[in-house]
Write a protein that binds this ligand. Structure first.
Ligand code: 3PG
Ligand code: MG
Length: 400
C-alpha cells in the first residue's frame, strides 16, 4: 500500500460526516518567562492547511491529538495542551474543545453530539502507554475516528502508540497530511539524487550525534562544511591545537575515522575562529587555525566564513544542520547568521533542519528566503540517515 494523502479521492469522498482522527506534532517551545505563552508557533501554523482541508470536507468531528513535552507518563499540568488549544481556536476562529485526558469517559458521548466540531485530546504522553507503543491504548485512540490522518512529521521518528501502532486499526483508512507531504518532498530532494553541486553544512556540538548523517552525506555531497563545536574534534584529529574548546575523546576517535576515509577530501574545516577566555566572555578574533591554551573556540572566524561562502556560491542543493557557534550570544553569532545570509541569496534548493539552525534562521529574519525549513529536528536527521521514518513506514504499509 502506497502512502496516500488527504488529497486522495478516497479521502475526499469519504470524509463527509465522518469522525477524523488526526495526529499532529504540537510539541511547541514555550516562553521561558511566561509558561502560558508559546515561544514559536511554527508547528501549529504549518498544520493549519491540513486542518482546514479536513474541515472543508465537512466531517462530523475532527479529533486532534498530540504529545507535548516529556511528562514521563504522568499527568502534569505544566504540560497541558491548553495554550495550544487556545492558540488553534484563535487561528481557526472556531471552538477547540480540550478533553481532560485522552481517555475521558465523556468522549464517547461527545463524539455523537452535534456540538464541538473540533476536539483536542489532552497530552498523549500523560499516559505511559503512548511511548510504550501500547496496542490497547492505540486501539482506544482508534475508536475516536473512522479515518486516520498523520501529519506529525516532527514525531514521525518515534515508534509510539499514536504514531505507529495506531495504524494497525486503520487498514486502508490512514492518510498523510499536507505538512508530512511537504516535509517528505523537501527531504527527498536532498536524500534522493540531489541536484549538484550539493553542499552540506553541519554544525552543533557532538560528532557522535551526527556521525551517521556525516557518513551518509559524504557519499552524496560535493563538499561538507563543518563548523561549530563539531569542528574541534576534526581539527584535533588533524593535529591542531584547540585550546579549551568543547571536544570529547570519543568524538576525536570518530573524527579520525571519518578523516581516514577516501571522502575526506570533501570535508572543509574552519581555518580561523572567534574565541574567548571564558564561555561567552569577550570575543577575540583568533586569526589562525590553532587555538592557544586557555582559549575556547565559540564561532567560526571571518576567513572561514569567506571560505564557506565561496564553496556555497555555486551550490544547487544545500542542506544545513547545526549552528556555526554560540549564536545566541551576538558576539559569536556572525558565523551562523553569515551562513543564513549566504543561503538566502543562493539560486539553489536550501533546506534547513535541526532545532538550533532553524532557530538561528528565524532569528536572522531570513526564514522566508529558505526553500524549506523542517519542523522536525530529530525527525529530519533520521530521515536523511535512513530515507524514511517509523511513523511514515507504518502509515505507508500499515502494520498487523
Ligand atoms: C520533538 O520536538 O523532537 C518531537 O516533538 C518529538 O519529541 P521528543 O523528542 O520528546 O520525542
Ligand atoms: Mg526531540
Amino acid at each position: 500500500m502506497a502512502l496516500k494523502y488527504i488529497t486522495d479521492e478516497s479521502f475526499k469522498t469519504n470524509a463527509k460526516d465522518k469522525k477524523i482522527l488526526a495526529r499532529f506534532d504540537f510539541n511547541v517551545p514555550m516562553d521561558k518567562n511566561d509558561s502560558t505563552k508559546i515561544a514559536d508557533t511554527t508547528r501549529i501554523d504549518e498544520a493549519i492547511e491540513t486542518i482546514q482541508a479536513i474541515l472543508e470536507l465537512k466531517p462530523k468531528k475532527l479529533v486532534i491529538m498530540s504529545h507535548f513535552g516529556r511528562p514521563n507518563g504522568k499527568v502534569d499540568p505544566k504540560y497541558s495542551l491548553e495554550p495550544v488549544a487556545k492558540y488553534l481556536a484563535e487561528k481557526l476562529g472556531q471552538e477547540v474543545l480540550l478533553t481532560e485526558t485522552a481517555l475521558d469517559r465523556g468522549l464517547k458521548t461527545l463524539l455523537v453530539l452535534n456540538e464541538s466540531k473540533i476536539i483536542m485530546l489532552q497530552n498523549l504522553r500523560f499516559h505511559p502507554e503512548e511511548e510504550n507503543n501500547d496496542r490497547d491504548f492505540a486501539r482506544t485512540l482508534s475508536t475516536y475516528g473512522d479515518l486516520f490522518v498523520f501529519d506529525a512529521f516532527g514525531a514521525a521518528h518515534r515508534k509510539h502508540a499514536s504514531t505507529y501502532e495506531i495504524n494497525a486499526f486503520f487498514k486502508n483508512k490512514a492518510y498523510g497530511g499536507l505538512l508530512l507531504k511537504r516535509e517528505i518532498e523537501a527531504l527527498d530532494r536532498v536524500v534522493k539524487d540531489p541536484v549538484k553541486p550539493f553542499v552540506a553544512i553541519v554544525g552543533g556540538a557532538k560528532v557522535s550525534d551526527k556521525i551517521k548523517i556525516i557518513e551518509m552525506l559524504l557519499v552524496s555531497v560535493d563538499k561538507l562544511l563543518i563548523g561549530g563545536a563539531m569542528a574541534y574534534p576534526f581539527l584535533k584529529a588533524q593535529g591542531h591545537s584547540i585550546g579549551n574548546s568543547l571536544c570529547s575523546d570519543d568524538d576525536i576517535v570518530l573524527a579520525r575515522r571519518i578523516l581516514g576515509t577516501p571522502s575526506k577530501g570533501k570535508i572543509v574545516l574552519p581555518s580561523d575562529h572567534m574565541t574567548s577566555s571564558t564561555f561567552g566572555g569577550a570575543p577575540e578574533d583568533n586569526g589562525q587555525i590553532n587555538i592557544p591554551d586557555g582559549k575556547i573556540g565559540l564561532d567560526i572566524g571571518p576567513s572561514t566564513l569567506q571560505n564557506f561562502t565561496d564553496h556555497l556560491r555555486s551550490a544547487k542543493t544545500v542542506l544545513w544542520n547545526g549552528p556555526m557557534g554560540l549564536f545566541e550570544n551576538p558576539n559569536f553569532a556572525k558565523g551562523t547568521l553569515g551562513i543564513a545570509k549566504v543561503l538566502s541569496s543562493l539560486d539553489a534548493f536550501t533546506l534547513v533542519g535541526g532545532g538550533d539552525s532553524v532557530n538561528a534562521v528565524k532569528m536572522s529574519g531570513l526564514a522566508s528566503k529558505m526553500s524549506h525549513i523542517s519542523t522536525g529536528g530529530g525527525a529530519s536527521l533520521e530521515y536523511i540517515e535512513n530515507g524514511t521514518l517509523p511513523g511514515i513506514q507504518a502509515l505507508k504499509f500499515g502494520i498487523d
